[in-house]
Design a protein around this ligand. Sequence first.
Ligand code: UGA
Length: 438
Amino acid sequence: MKKICIVGTGYVGLVTAAGLADFGNSVIAVDINESKIEILENGGIPIYEPGLIEVVERNVKAGRLSFTTDIDTAIRKSNVVFSAVGTPPGEGGEADLRAVWAVATSFAKNLDSYKVFINKSTVPVGTGQKTQELIKEKSGGKDCFDVVSNPEFLREGTAVSDFLNPDRVVIGSKSEKAQAIMKNVYHALIVRGVPYIGTNIKSAELIKYASNAFLAVKITFINEMANLCDIVGGDVNEVAKAMGLDGRISPKFLHAGPGFGGSCFPKDTMALVEIFKENGLHSRVVEAAIEANELQKQHVVTKLKSVLPDLKGKTIAILGLAFKPNTDDTRFSPTKVVIPLLEAEGAHVQVFDPIASDDFRQDFPDLDYKEDVYKAIEGADALILMTEWNEFRSLDLERVKSLLKSPIFIDTRNIYDPRDMKEKGFTFVCSGRTKCYL
Ligand code: UGA
């Protein structure tokens, strides 16, 4: 059994802590944020993530998972230390690594026996090497440690099952000792046949950026196809389905929508563009995806204006503030672009989200937040469905129609069928399926 310390209790850190404890390891989760640790110690969790509280509770009860703000003691008690702290975009789009350096410095100060330092956060290529140098310097030249890159591929909203059933485990380190320790940490997955990719640190760092950027490009591509479908009269769902049947393409991440958001794709695509530049290259593909994604968010307003040209004095209902369902996270949510554009045209916006309103309030404190979906729709001249929450999939459409001033329904996520919506008397616009059925 490994003694593991995980610094950072955000989506990645807390899920990793709970998951590794579930594999039988002894885990201490650390955060400098006292209120987060207090919530955890009192049996709660500071984020909304389906299924997480059960895994946390189970492992706390079994004595395998504990929480603290005391990073020094936690590191001294452990032989494996994960850094899962935030790496938000800096001013120029590059990843801000200050939190990672702070963890590495604490690691160096508490290096009283051989330990492995693992970077779980998404960090630019070369960070592992810099971490190695920093730890050596801050520990007064000690070399009883190894640095490992172990990128995480979990998605918010399905983080627990993604962590417990990953497609692969990637471990970057040239040290055989560290590779053996990491195989032990992930033993429960490896015995089940989950592919283990043992590689060098730089490849591991690149695998994470390459995977996220590729998926972001894939989404952007299908969004552009959807826009084309809307002009020429194709059905993007049929196009995506047939494309996906080609094993080389796969059907996943081909759902057209209002553009990708979240804390990962926007940040990681920007950071990858910077990494290319720093190395004298250009990723024209990733740069184009970022630009096209910004336009895709704005395109939601163009869609609305195609059926409601003058927004001045109009009331628009927004359903969904989170960047995707099953999360309270609104970072880089497309809605954050759409709402200011609507307001700039003179529209009044009333919004509803089942979970994410509090997070959204931090950036938009003065919006007209409604306590349920029908209150948000009541009296609106049009509604825009932005997030595919389950509760928006089975709306009482007769009620929706009677509450709206005019039956304009913009479904950016293709939840509803254009043929049904036409039959029910809606003026309906979706993503890449509008023209072929109306
Ligand atoms: C993403 C990756 O999917 C994870 O593998 C990775 O571990 C994570 O980033 C990270 O780097 O930590 P996440 O941002 O939680 O996960 O969410 P996704 O499910 O990937 O969705 C990202 C965005 O793409 C959302 O706005 C979603 O609505 C959009 N999307 C996704 C589409 O518009 N169409 C799709 O087909 C799929």
